[in-house]
Design a protein around this ligand. Sequence first.
Ligand SMILES: *Cc1c(COP(=O)(O)O)cnc(C)c1O
Length: 223
Amino acid sequence: MNQISDNLDLVKTAIERAQSLAPQTQPVTLIAVSKQQPQEKLDAALAAGLRVFGENRVQEAQTHWQHHKKTISDLELHLIGPLQTNKVADAVALFDVIHTLDRPKLALALSKEMQKQNRQLPCFVQVNTGMEPQKSGIMPQDAIAFVKDCQEDYGLNICGLMCIPPADEEPVMHFALLKKLADAAGLSKLSMGMSGDYAAAIQIGATHIRVGSSLFGARLPRD
Ligand SMILES: *Cc1c(COP(=O)(O)O)cnc(C)c1O
């Protein structure tokens, strides 16, 4: 499984190059997206020094990481997939950062649960920059008001905005829109960029990139 450490070197080099070309350099957190990967690859990623992982399903994340959470103190888990309100308690218990806050009902549920567990997790508000009907995320025109409600009405720690651009469109215009909305909302963090486009995202100001297949190779099918 040396492959993962080789892949990591390539990704790190590409991140550095993108940062060197970016107009303003800011630190970039590489989130290794470990969904649908076998346990041996996760172990290889840990051996390569990776500590920040992204998962899009609560239950799979528990299977992958719950046992490691007890022994690896600097393990950091990011939820990057849609969150149902009935999974909020498990999500707050396991994850360190939520990237997919996208509706008032979820804001309320997270707020209550974080108080209950006394865990204030930083959250990104997910914006549906492509305004795709089937995709989660708050509509761009509602994003700034929603951020304010999350902060003032629900007392949540909103650290930034997140987007997943439409698969068939040039991602750069979506990254630029997310950056503009974050600036207007007074937020400094941007979760954007995946294997195919993280260099472009960094150019536009990404602070958190979510990289799966470039690190781990192809994903296993879901059963
Ligand atoms: C799966 C996933 C990724 C990683 O995608 P790759 O193209 O494999 O890097 C990033 N973000 C989200 C939200 C995902 O669900």
